[in-house]
Design a binder for this molecule. Structure first.
Ligand SMILES: Cc1ncc(COP(=O)(O)O)c(C=O)c1O
Length: 408
């Protein structure tokens, strides 16, 4: 059954503008259900948790409910594995800080050149304590991270491998389960940036057996908020980032110094409500998690149609270089599509699209090392069209017509 696009678009109040919104990897539209829950929280139990009074306990249970919902989103084994924070960037910095004591001088960490800087910078900073960094570079022709290359980089001193699940430029889905197994067989842990994956396919940290996995809820139909999955057993080994008089093993509070934002943590649960509701269209009697997975199947089908429509146009242009897999039907890519056009400044291409009411983006997208490695930094990077399931075929056609009218 095809995605019920009418149902979908009704859930996102921001889609009623005249803009064609194709900068979703920058930030998605927020669900009405999330906004309603934020309001409801403010109106009914906006008090500090930890008090003896009933309302305070109600606030604490709202927060717990949000954590449970997001645990379902990750398919984590328990809610305590979910750490909330303001952004993936900060959560990765917290994680590196909380892990720092586990590294000795001479220990090694692998990072990729295709990650957003948020999963590179915090690990590079550990060089200060004598950690050695090794860069796992993508194959410049296929844009893939190859296990053979990783094999060459890993030694018995490698303690951690940090990589992205999907690059926010390339759109390629890296085979995270196989990478995690490979890393574990060599005695290291894996920290995954799932930000550019999570809006497009079902996250399943249990099946993939990853150690750490972060995502930004504001790119996943929620508010400006983020979540980090930490495998429960590893939680004990992380330093306490909260006050010294807090129980050093208070999980996950030890990684949420100053408390996570209550209303946003609670309201993010509405992302799962939405996905379960969408999934119920094809999976009526399933569990909430099964319905969420069914929703992502519908989402995938819709995104494949959108991607292939745009990519088949781009492939036909002789002056276009797709920065990533040029096939929209390949299930190992998401609808995040970057490209350059010969002799055209990406900034100017975007400006011309602005005039057509189409929101797209140019630049390095904070994956600077990747864009630099492709020699695109001095020429304003690439143009990125990042679609998601609420985009329509008509919108893609509008974009194609607009590109056609402004490009030579
Ligand atoms: C792939 C990827 N990782 C990490 C981030 C950083 O997320 P945040 O803004 O939550 O720090 C982004 C933001 O664009 C991203 O696209």
């Amino acid at each position: 059954m095809a995605l019920d696009i009418e149902f979908v678009r009704k859930q996102f109040p921001g889609l009623t503008t005249d803009w064609t919104l194709m900068d979703n990897a920058g930030g998605s539209q927020i669900l009405k259900g999330v906004v309603d829950k934020i309001t409801q929280y403010y109106y009914s139990n906006n008090v500090q948790t930890g008090g003896s009074y009933e309302l305070s306990q109600k606030a604490a249970s709202s927060l717990a409910e949000g954590r449970e919902n997001i645990a379902t989103f990750f398919n984590a084994s328990r809610p305590e594995e979910i750490v909330f924070g303001p952004s993936t960037t900060i959560l990765m910095q917290f994680l590196a800080k909380a892990m720092a004591h586990q590294f000795q001088a001479g220990d090694e960490i692998v990072v990729t050149n295709s990650d957003h800087e948020s999963n590179i910078g915090p690990w590079v900073a550990l060089q200060e304590i004598g950690v050695k960094l090794n860069f796992w570079n993508i194959n410049q022709l296929t844009f893939e991270l190859e296990l053979d290359e990783l094999d060459k980089l890993m030694t018995d001193k490698t303690k951690l491998v940090c990589c992205t699940h999907v690059s926010n430029v390339l759109g390629t889905i890296n085979p995270i389960k196989a990478i995690a197994q490979f890393v574990h067989e060599r005695g290291a842990k894996i920290c995954v940036d799932g930000v550019a994956y999570a809006p497009h396919r079902a996250v399943d940290v249990s099946s993939w057996n990853v150690d750490f996995y972060a995502l930004s809820l504001y790119k996943t139909y929620g508010p400006h908020h983020a979540a980090l999955y930490c495998k429960y057993d590893h939680m004990h080994d992380l330093a306490n980032l909260y006050h010294y008089f807090y129980d050093a093993d208070k999980i996950p509070a030890k990684l949420e110094p100053g408390n996570a934002n209550y209303e946003l943590s609670y309201a993010s649960g509405a992302i799962v409500d939405y996905l379960a509701g969408l999934g119920a269209h094809t999976c009526k009697n399933g569990t909430r998690r099964e319905q969420l997975e069914a929703a992502f199947q519908q989402i995938e089908e819709q995104e494949i149609e959108l991607s292939e429509r745009l990519l088949s146009y781009l492939r036909k242009r002789n002056d276009c270089r797709v920065i990533g897999n040029p096939s929209g039907t390949d299930p190992t890519r998401v609808a995040t599509i970057s490209f350059t056009i010969e002799n055209q400044d990406p900034q100017q291409v975007c400006k011309k699209m602005d005039e057509h009411g189409i929101a797209i983006r140019f630049g390095d997208f904070h994956a600077r090392r990747l864009v630099e490695s492709m020699g695109l930094l001095e020429t304003n990077g690439a143009v990125r069209v990042s679609m998601t399931h609420y985009n329509t075929v008509e919108e893609v056609d509008k974009l194609i017509a607009a590109l056609d009218s402004v490009l030579p």
